[in-house]
Design a binder for this molecule. Structure first.
Ligand code: DGL
Length: 285
């Protein structure tokens, strides 16, 4: 008869197989990819899942209530399915409002992205900072509190644009914006600060993807502030570097079939993704 009170020497000596940390990068659309790229380069030892709630897109025009409902609805399906070790809400519009309730609802650690006003204030010499975001982010009390707290002596000129988000979505599907379109989308900010602005915060994760088309309109800008590296540092501080030598393919999940899936798939393919998975989540919040 086997004595079950004693551990079996063979199994107690065996090393448990190390689990590859799972990191979910979550956004309404392709904005998450601007951060995923930095995560993959700096922390290649994690298994990455890019989740785009394209059925709920855009987030940047939703009210706080609607956005909170929507993110919780999507995560109620995604969390049990993927069981991540960490989830990055790579969306300013969402992070500025839903992080506290997500942290209350799940034990999983969440990392968010909010407008980088503090680093911008530290970098600016002229004290004039531009901030490009979605309409929702520029309206959020959270954003205005950041300005009061971290840039009280700066002039922070904000512009919220849903059009720039759409431009980024089309750009990664191979449709580059024309100069007229960019000019129109940026004009409100150009009018208010093009001469003195030396620091520009890209406070929507879609915008680093179209930075090359934004830059020419702001020749005085010395510092472009983007969140990707800070997020990578935060993920590393919570999860470590992951498994060395890992070559797991990142996986992409959409919440509805994409109207232009081939173009999106081609872009994702260049970033090393395999076939996109669709997990339908209806658009109502
Ligand atoms: N990428 C998101 C952000 O950082 C939102 C884009 C949208 O869905 O409007 O705010």
């Amino acid at each position: 008869m086997t004595d079950i009170s004693q551990p079996n020497p063979d199994t107690s000596m065996a090393q448990p197989a190390e689990k590859v940390p799972r990191v979910v990068v979550f956004d309404s659309g392709v904005g998450g990819l601007s951060v995923l790229d930095a995560l993959q380069r700096q922390l290649p030892g994690h298994q990455y899942y890019f989740v785009s709630d394209n059925a709920g897109f855009p987030y940047g025009t939703r009210s706080e209530y609607s956005l909170t409902q929507r993110v919780h609805k999507v995560l109620r399906q995604i969390m049990p399915h993927l069981q991540p070790d960490l989830l990055v809400v790579v969306c300013n519009s969402a992070s500025t409002v839903v992080l506290p309730s997500l942290r209350e609802s799940y034990e999983t650690p969440f990392v968010g992205v909010v407008p980088a006003i503090k680093p911008a204030a530290a970098l600016s010499k002229t004290g004039v900072i531009g901030l490009l975001a979605t309409p929702a982010t520029v309206q959020r009390e959270y954003t205005h509190r950041l300005v009061r707290e971290f840039a009280p002596n700066c002039r922070v000129e904000m512009h919220g644009s849903g059009e720039l988000v759409e431009i980024a979505e089309r750009a990664i599907r191979g449709v580059a914006p024309g100069p007229m379109q960019m000019q129109q989308a940026l004009q409100p900010l150009i009018d208010r600060c093009s001469e003195e602005v030396d620091t520009l915060v890209l406070a929507c994760t879609h915008f680093p993807l179209i930075k090359q088309w934004i830059e020419p309109y702001f020749p005085s800008v010395q510092h472009w502030v983007e969140p990707a590296d800070a997020i990578a540092r935060r993920v590393e501080s919570l999860l470590g570097k992951g498994q060395p030598g890992l070559t797991e393919q990142p996986r992409a999940i959409l919440t509805q079939a994409d109207g232009d899936l081939d173009a999106l798939q081609a872009y994702l393919g260049k970033l090393g993704f395999g076939p996109v998975e669709v997990r339908e989540i209806d658009a109502a919040h």
